[in-house]
Design a protein around this ligand. Structure first.
Ligand code: THU
Length: 130
């Protein structure tokens, strides 16, 4: 799958966003090591604090379907500037996905590309719990 196919999958997932409170819709598409694509969208609720971002929905879906190795994630929002994963998502993506390539895009084009280790330097993870 090409980068643009992954971005298209994230754009399609964004259409399912439950963003009635912020109106800020986000889609994510996570590529596993075997080439499977697992998508997610943000899901909000009236308490706001229980909101879950598109990236974590994709990763938790992938975990629940038995995927444990990943290559890339595409994240799409309707913003001119790149919309990068929030801190909570960086932590979850790191712990379950390792040093993923993070591809950012809006509805028209790619807006950024990063290694997750550059977005989350000096991470806390299970290596410190030995
Ligand atoms: N959001 C995401 O889903 N991913 C991001 O990378 C940034 C923020 C969601 C959370 C919330 O539903 C809305 O965007 C506004 O913060």
């Amino acid at each position: 799958m090409s980068d643009s196919d992954l971005i298209v999958a994230a754009r399609q997932a964004r259409e399912f966003a439950r963003a009635e409170f912020s109106t800020f819709k986000v889609g994510a598409a996570l590529e596993t090591a075997d080439g499977t694509i697992v998508t997610g969208c943000n899901i909000e609720n009236a308490t706001c604090g229980l909101t879950i971002c598109a990236e974590r929905v994709a990763m938790f879906k992938a975990q629940s379907e038995g995927h444990h190795a990943f290559r890339r994630i595409a994240v799409v929002a309707d913003t001119e500037a790149p919309t990068p994963p929030c801190g909570a998502c960086r932590q979850i993506l790191w712990e379950f996905g390792g040093d993923l390539e993070v591809i950012l895009a809006n509805l028209q084009r790619e807006t950024g590309r990063h290694k997750l280790s550059d977005l989350l330097p000096l991470p806390f993870d299970s290596r410190l719990l030995q």
